[in-house]
Design a protein around this ligand. Structure first.
Ligand code: AMO
Length: 443
């Protein structure tokens, strides 16, 4: 065998290069997305990784003879002459006059759902049942290209800010977020839990790296089928040490979001255009205290009974309020009640009934929780006891506090939630590639 050099040979010309090859022969590889037979000629649309390339077949200039063996989803290598054409809106486009087609593979069956239409026209549940196929539809795949951009922006921005990327274990000794939504697992006869978040580990790494982030799946045993909860979702987390105030975390998140939105506009324009996404302009993000937000909701909305947290209806109202008064799609709500926040959250020294914590609402739905953490050992042990927890079960977590930790805090941002609201979906499953919910573990 020859030696490997690290260069993958390619005979293919990317679509972005077509403008430099007008009138010349080029080769592309892709899937047959659609064939439109016009009797004496045919349009064959080839789907490459990011584009649909229109190719024109005519016996006049083709060595290839089109027959019924060429069907949608055939993988092909196609050579043709680059021709400049115009789209209906007058913008430039390039197509290929087909010279030859080499069929690399042929599907065994016709897809159960038509994927070559502008969009998938079936119920969401059918769309999800056939995900490996329906994701081939350009609009479906654009969702997850944009989702890639969001993660990329998160990673790039935080790396530039001196954060270290980590991977915490997903099989854990304790549930980090409490509550009933923890998956229990038999681990060689011992009960363990699937990670609800990387909370305990990202905090442990603050005295090590000072600033850390993680993008990874987390697990929540949600017992109800709702439009905004998944049983497995991607959590984008960061944790930073030596903060002066919990507002440092909110400022960092504002920076991250600004960067993500700019990156999407710059490098994901085809998908933004295809899905007609309204990318939010962020200059700054307004903040309101939980109590003030609650008072406003009580005044403006009827039948508010839960004074400790928000109902979805209240979040939606606050989202509209932020848009109206600050022209902002985002709103930070701060100082949630101590009773409603997890054991690691720091209470406000000026008012221990409330915490130095926040949620971020995006277009009226929570996409982030975060805040300052307790870093003092005695304080953390005391809070655990107050909440009826056994500090001994958290001995390894408490090493953080016992052996010294700087003031720190961080946040968790749900990737599917952010994608869902950016793209205007009503259901979070639209923004999950292979969603897991109470009724679904396949495909
Ligand atoms: P929290 O539990 O609020 O906080 O989760 C943070 C964010 O994760 C998303 N999210 C979900 N997305 C889809 N399906 C679910 N079942 C689901 N549950 C939560 C939301 C939410 O805002 N450790 C803290 C974060 C921190 O303080 O650093 C935590 O996990 O977008």
């Amino acid at each position: 065998m020859e030696n490997m050099t690290g260069t993958v040979p390619s005979s293919v010309t990317p679509y972005s290069e077509f403008k430099n090859h007008i009138g010349e022969m080029v080769t592309i590889k892709g899937a047959v997305h659609n064939i439109r037979d016009m009797s004496d000629f045919a349009f064959i649309i080839i789907r490459t990784a990011r584009e649909l390339i229109q190719c024109v077949y005519s016996p006049e200039f083709s060595d290839y003879r089109l027959d019924e063996k060429l069907v949608e989803q055939c993988a092909v290598k196609l050579s043709g002459k680059v021709v400049k054409s115009e789209t209906r809106d007058g913008s430039e486009r390039y197509e290929l006059q087909i010279h030859s087609i080499d069929v690399l593979s042929t599907p065994a069956a016709i897809p159960p759902v038509v994927i070559s239409k502008k969009q998938i026209n079936c119920d969401l549940s059918v769309n999800l049942d056939y995900r490996p196929v329906t994701l081939r539809n350009p609009k479906e795949r654009a969702i997850f290209k944009i989702q890639e951009g969001i993660q990329r922006g998160f990673r790039e921005y935080l790396s530039q800010q001196g954060f270290t990327e980590i991977h915490s274990p997903k099989i854990n000794f304790a549930g980090a977020e409490g509550g009933t939504n923890v998956f229990k697992l038999d681990y060689f006869g011992k009960q363990v839990y699937l990670a609800q978040s990387p909370q305990l580990y990202k905090q442990a790494l603050v005295p090590v790296y000072e600033r850390v982030f993680e993008i990874a799946p987390v697990f929540r045993a949600e017992h109800h089928d709702t439009s905004r909860h998944l049983n497995e979702y991607i959590s984008m987390d960061f944790e930073m040490g030596f903060i002066e105030s919990f507002t440092d975390i909110m400022n960092m998140e504002t920076g991250v979001l600004k960067y993500i939105m700019e990156l999407l506009k710059k490098e994901y324009a085809p998908e933004i255009e295809l899905l007609k996404v309204e990318v939010p302009e962020i200059t700054s993000i307004p903040c309101i205290r939980f109590k003030d937000a609650k008072d406003m909701c009580v005044k403006k909305l009827k039948n508010i009974t839960d004074m400790k947290d928000f109902e979805p209806e209240e979040e939606a109202f606050l989202g509209k309020w932020a848009k109206q008064h600050f022209n902002s799609d985002f709103l930070f709500v701060t100082h949630y009640l101590s009773k409603k926040r997890p054991f690691y959250t720091m209470d406000d020294p000026e008012d221990p009934e409330v915490t130095l914590s926040f949620d971020l609402l995006f277009r009226g739905i929570e996409i982030t929780s975060g805040g300052q953490r307790i870093h003092d050992y005695a304080q953390q042990v005391e809070k655990m006891k107050k909440l009826g927890m056994n500090p001994e079960e958290f001995e390894t977590y408490l090493m953080l506090h016992k052996y010294g930790a700087p003031p720190h805090g961080g946040l968790g941002l749900g990737l599917e939630r952010l994608t869902m609201h950016l793209l205007g979906f009503k259901n979070v499953r639209n923004a999950a590639m292979f969603p897991r919910d109470i009724n679904r573990v396949t495909p």
